[in-house]
Write a new protein. Structure first.
Lengths: 279, 592
């Protein structure tokens, strides 16, 4: 395969392809460039990689353990295997592990990958520990259902260093008992939360949901297949954030912004995210 | 990649309504006085604050939380708010840090009594910790089950966490220190123990103290590092990384902001060597850190020590104070013209903080979660600056290398594992304690030195919970890095825990699995869930009384491989190691 090599490019081998990526790119970028699909959970295109889910691991020649492709910078001459026995095994186990303790029923992508790698969460000891958390409904904007939480840290990053700098939530506790939490688990209205909903936007498992979506799901009325998405520009201020209004039965049911939008990178404020009742 | 900017650079902090009580405020003030707060309102028009001020305070979070815990007995919402506001830390993050540590409570205990921690790990279980716990409870003590307290040679172990009174270890009061090998001319790094007065710099100087530093200043940094490389000194914390390479890498990094860290956070079940070394030869640790500081060009020294080691902490602090007065620490170390000083930080009960990058996060005031490597500590260590981090045993070996020279140093041990090694003997052995033998001594010789097993030898846990079990057929195995590696074992942190045929090995292995489950930081999926599921499988095996079913054996192997391959740090990598060796040796899993 021929590639355009610039001065700042590094060339690495992904499976049987040579790919050139810009200096500073990750192995995951190289996999994307090579057209190799990689499962990810904690990785988000707008977030700093925290490499905690370990589902994107690849085998790197010369490295004893597998390496997380989302955060490992590509270096000249690296040889990477994305579909070796070891890679498939670890990816399968991560997906299996998550499905044993977490309700992944609404994590569409994760479930597809679990099937792809043949994850079998039923082979574990019956009655094992699960997240076992009540749904936290504390306001009319969004809910937190930590039974569905895979501890990917994306909400923490979005609330903190990567977008909002509000720091309303953190990981608390340790080990299997670790949970996303406000200080002393105070309710969101009592916390530093500013209801930008940027945590909801990055949640990969629907543990964080618009209250509108939650209510519709309660009555079995959530029908993504019947929804349309209308792009518009937020009308509140002059910044010009793009909005994607998700509409079902002629009602707005949630609001997102495109990750690749120059202004928002997927982020909004409380007005853009939740302030559409007047429409 | 530039280091990530951490520490809420633009945060607009929000605090709840809970206010600290007077006592809580005093506990906070004791560590960070009001004048040093993140935001100080001097006059209506002059307010001192901002990002760099906040940034510079974050590392005081754990000391402030310690202070609250110690004075109040727990960290209340008001106390947490007070601490977070003083330091400019978001309360949710402060809560995340407080809930990370075993010794910090975030629920009201309803009393202000001291808490007695009783060790539940194997050496103490063999020594009857249950009886101890029952009698303590009968006396009305507030008992808390604890992982290994690092006193396995005098099991069963206790640690009393004081509320308003100093923490203490009852055994420290009355026990005259005795080294089983005292007087043995073969002792090297332990030769001063029991001879030197650990509270007196003068006594240390009388025993040849600070000769090595003088030598190091005379030789210059390059020659010091070359001597350490020539001596073949390798890390004694478990990973056996060549010390010379580590120091060279830090020395080669530009700039003055570099660090030397002594990792005294040993928490590996069965390990107590750092405690004994720091308690009985603290000046040696200080001197060797100073040499590391001068050799690598690092002015900042840090000692991170287990929160459960009050006496070792006090002695190190006293040694540092005396060294400062004598000009052996400070702006001009022993007339060298170079600056080096040491700050002591206490852990708060987290095995994972012995992992070097987790330790850095802990000092920096973040949750003790390991970082992904690379980048390595030699370039991105403490505060993302170049850092040489070593175990105290590694450090004190440096003194002999410099005083006696690399050739003399290499005269004991094996070609590929020069020098001596400290071993922590515990369990069913006649004289448990700390032993120093040349690398290459066989396991059998080491056990003989300790008077041999007290019963019919069934197995030995080598290297700690993260190590492996070996059977009686391993008595001929030379204890060197190369021989143990070849045998699929490890020396780890020097644990040699002996079991006879009366010990319930299923209970031991279930406890080891429980230890990893409890101590996993919870960050990465393979370890967070893998350690939990591994424990569940072993509990099922234990309660079934049946042999291990083939599909369960396969599950254990599958989980182990994923933890080894995909975990972030060494905890996950080794969490299945002892379990699998117990299975393959037939110590468990083959019930009638």
């Amino acid at each position: 395969m021929s590639s355009v090599i610039t001065e700042t490019a590094v060339t690495i081998r992904v499976d049987d392809q040579e790919v050139a990526v810009p200096d500073g790119a990750t192995i995951l970028d190289a996999c994307d460039a090579a057209g190799v699909e990689t499962p990810t959970i904690c990785y988000g295109p707008t977030l700093t990689p925290v490499n905690v889910c370990r589902v994107c691991v690849v085998e790197l020649d010369g490295s004893r353990a597998l390496v997380p492709s989302c955060s490992r910078p590509a270096e000249e001459g690296m040889v990477v295997h994305t579909d070796s026995e070891r890679v498939r095994h670890s990816r399968k186990m991560v997906l299996e592990f998550l499905a044993t303790g977490v309700d992944v029923s609404q994590a569409v992508e994760l479930s597809q990958w679990a099937e792809h790698y043949g994850a079998d969460p039923d082979r574990y000891v019956p009655g094992g520990q699960t997240m076992d958390e009540p749904v936290r409904v504390q306001d009319n904007l969004y809910i937190r259902d930590y039974d569905k939480c895979v501890l990917c840290y994306r909400c923490v990053e979005a609330c903190g260093d990567d977008a909002q700098h509000t720091y309303a939530i953190s990981v608390a506790g340790r080990g299997f008992g670790a949970r996303i939490s406000t200080e002393f688990d105070v309710t969101l209205p009592d916390s530093a939360c500013v209801y930008c909903g940027n945590c909801v936007a990055v949640c990969p498992t629907n543990a964080l949901q618009f209250k509108t979506e939650f209510d519709l799901r309660q009555t079995d009325d959530w029908r993504p297949e019947d929804q349309t998405v209308t792009q518009t520009v937020c009308s509140y201020c002059g910044v010009g954030c793009n909005l994607e209004l998700h509409v079902q039965d002629n009602q707005i049911v949630k609001c997102t912004s495109p990750d690749d939008h120059d202004v928002t990178s997927g982020n909004l404020c409380i007005k853009g995210r939740f302030g559409w009742n007047y429409v | 990649m530039p280091p990530r900017l951490r520490g809420h650079p633009l945060a607009d902090l929000h605090f709840g309504d809970d206010q600290p009580t007077e006592a809580e405020q005093a506990a906070i003030d004791a560590i960070v006085p009001p004048a040093d707060a993140a935001t100080v309102v001097e006059t209506e028009r002059i307010v001192r604050g901002g990002r760099s001020r906040r940034h510079g305070l974050r590392h005081l979070l754990l000391p402030v939380l310690h202070s609250l815990q110690h004075e109040i007995g727990w960290i209340s919402p008001g106390g947490l708010n007070g601490a977070a506001e003083r330091l400019g830390v978001p309360p949710a993050e402060a809560y995340g840090v407080a809930t990370f540590y075993e010794l910090l409570r975030t629920t009201d205990p309803g009393h202000r009594d001291d808490v007695v921690h009783v060790c539940v790990d194997p050496a103490c279980a063999m020594a009857g910790n249950n009886d101890l716990r029952t009698s303590l409870e009968a006396e009305g003590a507030r008992v808390h089950d604890s992982p290994c307290l690092g006193q396995c040679e005098r099991a069963p172990a206790l640690f009393v966490q004081g509320v308003g009174r100093p923490d203490r270890v009852p055994d420290d009061d009355d026990e005259e220190f005795s080294l089983p090998q005292a007087g043995d001319p073969g002792l090297r790094v332990l030769r001063r123990l029991g001879e030197v007065d650990p509270t007196s710099l003068e006594s240390y100087l009388d025993h040849g103290g600070y000769e090595a530093l003088a030598r190091a200043i005379e030789m210059g940094p390059d020659a010091v590092i070359a001597a350490i490389s020539d001596a073949g000194l390798s890390g004694r914390g478990g990973a056996a990384f060549p010390t010379g390479i580590k120091w060279r890498a830090v020395a080669d990094e530009p700039g003055p902001d570099k660090h030397v860290v002594a990792n005294c956070d040993e928490s590996e079940p069965g390990t107590f060597k750092d405690r004994i070394v720091c308690e009985h030869d603290p000046f040696a640790v200080i001197e060797s850190m100073t040499i590391a500081g001068l050799a690598t060009g690092s002015p900042h020294g840090w000692i991170y020590i287990r929160g459960e080691y009050p006496r070792a902490t006090a002695r190190l602090e006293s040694a540092i104070a005396q060294a400062r007065v004598a000009g052996l620490l400070g702006d001009d170390v022993a007339g060298s013209g170079q600056r080096f000083d040491i700050e002591v930080r206490r852990g708060a009960g987290a095995y994972i903080c012995g992992e070097e990058t987790a330790l850095f996060n802990s000092i920096e005031g973040f949750r003790g979660e390991p970082r992904n490597k690379p980048p390595f500590p030699t370039t991105h260590g403490l505060f993302s600056q170049p850092t040489a981090i070593n175990n105290p045993e590694t450090l004190i070996n440096v003194l002999d290398v410099l005083v006696d020279g690399p050739d003399a140093y290499r005269s004991v041990g094996t070609e590929r594992s020069p020098g001596t090694r400290l071993f922590c003997l515990s369990g069913r052995v006649a004289v448990p304690g700390l032993y120093e033998v040349p690398f290459g001594t066989t396991l059998g010789e080491l056990l003989d030195l300790a008077g041999g097993p007290t019963g019919s030898l069934a197995s030995v846990l080598l290297g700690g919970a993260a190590g492996v079990f070996v059977g009686p057929d391993a008595l001929d195995m030379p204890l060197s890095l190369e021989d143990t590696r070849e045998a699929g074992a490890t020396l780890g942190s020097g644990v040699v825990m002996v079991f006879d045929d009366t010990v319930d090995m299923e209970a031991v292995v279930v406890r080891i699995a429980e230890f990893f489950r409890d101590e996993s930081c919870g960050q990465c999926v393979p370890c967070r869930v893998g350690t939990q599921r591994q424990h569940e499988v072993l509990v099922e095996l234990q309660s079934s009384g049946q042999p291990l079913a083939p599909q369960r054996a396969e599950l254990i192997d599958d989980m182990a491989l994923a933890m080894v391959d995909a975990s972030i740090c060494g905890l996950g990598h080794t969490a299945a190691s002892a379990v699998r060796s117990a299975l393959s040796l037939g110590l468990i899993g083959n019930s009638q």
